[in-house]
Structure formats: C-alpha cells, structure tokens
Design a protein around this ligand. Structure first.
Ligand SMILES: [Zn+2]
Length: 226
C-alpha cells in the first residue's frame, strides 16, 4: 500500500487487501482464545488467575512536561505485549465457561507478590524485577523461570482450603443468540454418584469439596419437565 499513489484504484485495492488480512488475524486470535478458555475450563477442576490491574499496568510512561518519564518507548512496547494477550477477554470467557463446564475460577488478590515469592519455601525477594527472567531463592537455592515460579504460587493459593477468591461464574446457560446450550456433564460429578472405594495411591490429595452454594444443575431441571 505504501508504494501506491494516493487516490488511485490500485491503492484502494491494496487497502482492501490489508483490511482483509487484519480481519483474518482477528478471527484467528478470537478462535485461539476460545479454544484455550474451553480447554482450561473443561479439563481442570480449578483454574486460577490473578486479578491484575491491567489499566494501571498498561499506563503510558510518558509523564508530564515538567517531569518527563523514562523508557517511554520500551514501556509502550510492554503495554502492547500485555494488551496483545487480551487479559480482560480471557477472564470474561473463563468466568462464564467455568460455570458452563462445572469448574471453578479462582481469582487471586492482585497485591499478593506471586512473582517475588519462592514457590518452594516462601522466601520473598524484594529486588526481583520484571527484567529478571529467572527467580533465584537466596534461602533454599533453586532457580527457575519467573513465570513458572509465579504460576506455582498461584496454584498453591488457589487450591488451599482457605482460598477466598473463588468466583462461581455467572451461571449462564445460553449462548450469544439466546439459545440454550447443552452442558457437558461436569467433571467429577460421576464420581460422586458411584460409590467409590479409595483406590487412589497414597499421598494423593482428594478433590477439594466446593464450599459454594450448589447451583441448580440445568440438566436436572430439564429432566423435571419431562
Ligand atoms: Zn526458597
């Protein structure tokens, strides 16, 4: 498009081509996000996310005229990378799909230092910054990828009996067009009805009992109608 003359027919054709490509990218991203959130909520009993302050995290570093900010371009790139992953839409989809597929979405407090805490011993590194891609513990010594370390911290908090931030979702059972959606049997439901001898290997943690009020199962309600 940059090599075409303004106002020409070729420019218009090139413009439509660029627009089509952007549209196709948008469709693929949308599809990938839906696939991911369905996988997460239908394969796992609990999905944990952090309640991050996205608008604050992606604020520009430009500053004011009297006090100009530092590393403005770098921060702009980071902001683009953060927003590229569509964090708000990811959370929105996880919330309603968790209730579709019978899993729980744990939302952890944004002030909890998941990146600065050692997932093995709990030691906190106050000097850990975003530039440190590896977390190294001064107390017990292991070093691992910073995101893996943070994910282990989030997991531990999400499955702890005291996990306080469990959102049950919206209970939505209709799709975007208002048509009732057939829910797959929630995972773990079968195990409750079948008398289960404890055949699990020693040391295996039993699935956590939900402390949420049991939401009416849309399938059972349907069954009542017949
Ligand atoms: Zn440690």
């Amino acid at each position: 498009m940059s090599r075409t003359k303004k106002g020409s027919a070729r420019r218009d054709k090139a413009r439509r081509g660029v627009g089509r490509l952007h549209h196709e990218v948008a469709l693929r991203r949308n599809s990938a996000l839906h696939l991911l959130t369905k996988q997460l909520t239908s394969r796992f009993a609990t999905v944990a996310i952090e309640d991050l302050h996205v608008s604050g995290m992606t604020r520009s570093a430009r500053g004011t005229q009297e006090r100009p900010g530092k590393n403005v371009r770098q921060k702009a790139g980071l902001n683009r990378a953060i927003l590229d992953s569509a964090p708000g839409e990811l959370r929105r989809q996880l919330t309603y799909k968790a209730s579709w597929y019978g899993s729980q979405l744990a939302v952890l407090d944004r002030w909890w230092p998941s990146s600065k805490t050692c997932s093995a011993c709990g030691w906190q590194n106050p000097r850990q910054t975003l530039a440190d891609r590896v977390f190294t513990c001064d107390t017990c010594g292991p070093s691992m990828d910073r995101d893996l370390n943070a994910a282990r911290n989030i997991e531990r908090h999400a499955v702890a009996p005291s996990a306080p931030h469990v959102a049950p979702g919206t209970g939505e059972t209709k799709n975007a067009r208002g048509v009732s959606v057939r829910l797959p049997a929630p995972r773990g439901r079968k195990q409750e009805t079948v008398k289960r001898e404890d055949t699990s290997p020693p040391g295996m943690v039993p699935p956590r009992q939900s402390n949420l009020p049991t939401s009416p199962n849309p399938r059972q309600e349907q069954a009542k109608l017949f």
